[in-house]
Design a protein around this ligand. Structure first.
Ligand code: PLP
Length: 383
């Protein structure tokens, strides 16, 4: 099957980012690679394969189906941790395969105990502490009840972790809230210790906290966006750049999204291009059609706004982005031809289309834009 576009994932860029992240950590801090959301759109199977080859052996996902996909690629050679949803029906599978998972309620512990008893094998649980995000997490009495249940069923549980997640470590604006979360987390760890529960690992930091709150590194950090070569926020980027002596971005994007020109056309001055009247040629133009549209994750908000790269030139999107096609102005590009490579995201020669510029134009965060890249675009690994 010929695909209208494809994604390349660079192993050398990933290796570079992993090295940078490890430089931020003390040598005994474990790095968990967060690969939820189809590895932030990069493709979970392809990504974990190269990440493992780059030395990573701990992966964090949102749900059991994602854990299952990793397990198919890396059977028994990595620790897999589910940070979000696991259905009761999936607990037995998780326990049997040493998949670790977060718990947010005593009910989930009770269901896990059933699976563990049946398999005669402890469930590896992480106690997710409610510290102020107010999303999911064990707080107050619920934490005490969960602890008591574990203590009453010690053979059925291995407390693999005590953890929490910060509500906005990427912005200084949230500093007091994050500081409060750190304090409440420490109180919960102490409370559990008093009761007799000591976890194998304490962990709380995401990418932003790795950079802005070194005191949160603890035994392990859970890093998503940075390994893909993006900063959590412009603020985290400028903060780092302000502190560093070397003024170049230490992260490298590992993704390129590419297509090809499917058709070329000459359009006379005065004609409209595409649906409606949003773009009128003001001079005699040459346009190229590219077989990618919003059905493929190229936002309609990039209509008359986005840019692509062709023959190392920037070509602006003209007219409305269609479901499967977009048009670009190639008037000034010498020798432009059918089947020329079109870079939607990433590099071509010295030029690049960054997700940041792309995301600002379409008012999507890096995170959202990446994870909206459909699963059925093929992913290829390059050096
Ligand atoms: C997504 C997520 C992370 C990683 O966040 P990044 O900002 O991408 O580093 C860490 N922990 C939890 C619980 C998450 O959901």
């Amino acid at each position: 099957m010929f695909h209208s576009s494809y994604i390349e994932i660079s192993k050398s860029a990933l290796q570079h980012n992993i090295s940078f992240i490890k430089e931020q950590l003390a040598p005994d801090v474990r790095l968990s690679s967060v690969v939820k959301g189809n590895a932030y759109g990069h493709g979970i199977e392809e990504f974990v394969g190269i990440a493992h080859a780059c030395g990573l052996d701990h992966f964090s996902v949102f749900s059991a189906d994602e854990a299952f996909r990793i397990q198919q690629v890396l059977p028994n050679s990595a620790t897999i941790m589910i940070m979000g949803f696991i259905d009761d029906s999936e607990l037995e599978w998780a326990v049997a395969h040493d998949i670790e998972f977060y718990v947010f309620s005593t009910e989930k512990l009770e269901s896990a105990a059933v699976a563990a008893r049946k398999l005669q094998k402890p469930a590896r649980v992480h106690l997710d502490i409610e510290t102020g995000m107010n999303r999911i997490g064990l707080g107050g009495d619920e934490l005490e009840r969960a602890a008591d249940f574990i203590l009453a069923n010690q053979a059925l549980f291995e407390v693999a972790g005590i953890c929490t997640h910060f509500a906005g470590a990427e912005s200084q604006e949230n500093h007091d809230r994050v500081a409060g979360q750190i304090a409440r987390y420490n109180e919960a760890v102490d409370l559990l210790k008093t009761k007799g529960i000591v976890a194998r690992q304490l962990h709380s930091a995401c990418s932003a906290a790795v950079m802005a709150y070194p005191e949160t590194h603890l035994d392990m950090v859970r890093v998503g966006i940075m390994q893909y070569g993006f900063w959590s926020s412009p603020e985290i980027y400028y903060r780092y750049m302000g502190l560093s002596t070397d003024r170049t971005d230490p992260l490298k994007r590992i993704i390129n999204w590419k297509s090809h020109i499917m058709s070329l056309k000459l359009v006379k001055a005065g004609e409209f291009i595409g649906y409606g009247t949003s773009y009128q040629a003001t001079f005699d133009m040459k346009t190229a059609a590219v077989p990618v549209g919003y059905a493929w994750g190229y936002s309609r908000a990039l209509s008359n706004q986005g840019e692509v790269l062709i023959r190392e030139h920037r070509a602006p999107v003209v007219g409305i982005v269609n479901m499967n096609v977009l048009m670009v102005d190639v008037t000034g590009i010498p020798d432009v031809a059918l089947k020329d490579e079109v870079v939607l995201l990433g590099n071509q020669g010295k030029e690049s289309i960054t997700v940041a510029s792309f995301a600002e134009l379409s008012t999507q965060l890096n995170y959202e834009l990446l994870t909206r890249l459909p699963m059925n675009i093929p992913r290829y690994i390059i050096d």
